[in-house]
Design a binder for this molecule. Structure first.
Ligand code: APR
Length: 243
């Protein structure tokens, strides 16, 4: 067992309140592209044209087409061993919370329930007028832009660039991280500040920070345990070693 994994196992054996913060790298081994990186989504598309309120205002059909294209990829993807390990962690530790930036729904499909989808879900829409939220199911959306039963435009129920986070989700995350003793950041570049801020708060409160990523990320320097590897492989190795 490599020394980093044994450090992880040792920390996990002592931990009671464990949080995991995941980013797009968590879903890479399920075949879903990340955002930034050699084959990232932002390499082929401009976020300003697709993931902002202004883009939606300008061309709701284009924004819906892009989200529906991503959603069909996501619906064909399967959670991998790493997702299943994080679902098992929820049952293993006395207190556990998963905070994900991912909108792909793979964590709830793997079984996590103590879960905050801090950027929303690509599988849900909400009305721009009456704010009704509705699950999109597995059907292919052919009539785009999608409309609510009230007739108004519906939008993907996700957080776009320039939009604020749901304050209830943020405070629930901060509440838990205030007493966490082990916090993993898995598969995030840290290019979006909130998850980094959440991890930094946890560290302020004495949590041990784990950075699981094949590459150095923005916040790697603040982490206590740095594991250069992929989410699926490392989580699976860790879990076997912990049993
Ligand atoms: N296992 C773990 N990490 C991986 C893997 C893997 N198999 N493959 C890539 N990574 C890492 C990359 O090294 C990178 O650091 O995943 C990270 C992905 O970074 P981003 O593409 O920036 O994704 P993320 O950090 O989730 O972006 C945050 O930005 O565009 C917005 O809303 C979007 O939620 C997203 C947010």
């Amino acid at each position: 067992m490599n020394s980093q994994i044994s450090k992880l196992v040792e920390a996990a054996q002592k931990a009671r309140n464990v949080a995991v913060i995941t980013g797009a790298g968590m879903s890479r081994e399920s075949g879903i592209p990340t955002f930034r990186g050699p084959d990232g989504l932002w390499k082929n598309f401009r976020p300003e044209e697709l993931a902002t309120p202004e883009a939606f205002q300008k061309d709701p059909a284009l924004v819906w087409e892009w989200y529906e294209w991503r959603r069909q990829i996501v619906l064909k993807a399967e959670p991998h061993e790493g997702h299943r390990v994080i679902a098992a962690m929820e049952k293993f530790f006395p207190e556990f919370l998963l905070i994900t930036q991912n909108v792909d729904g793979l964590h709830p499909r793997a079984g996590n329930r103590k879960l905050i989808e801090i950027h929303g879900s690509i599988n849900r829409a909400r009305c721009t007028k009456c704010a009704t939220r509705f699950e999109l199911g597995s059907r292919v959306l052919s009539e785009l832009p999608l409309r609510c039963d009230c007739g108004a435009l519906a939008r993907p129920d996700v957080v776009w660039f320039g939009e604020s986070y749901d304050s209830n989700l943020l405070s629930a995350s901060l509440d838990f991280l205030g007493s966490a003793d082990l916090v993993w950041v898995v598969g995030s570049s840290g290019m979006v500040s909130v998850p980094v801020y959440l991890a930094a708060q946890a560290r302020e409160n004495g949590a041990l920070l784990v950075d699981l990523n094949p590459e150095e990320a923005e916040f790697s320097r603040y982490c206590d345990i740095k594991i250069r590897g992929t989410a699926g492989q490392v989580l699976s190795e860790f879990w076997k070693a912990l049993q």
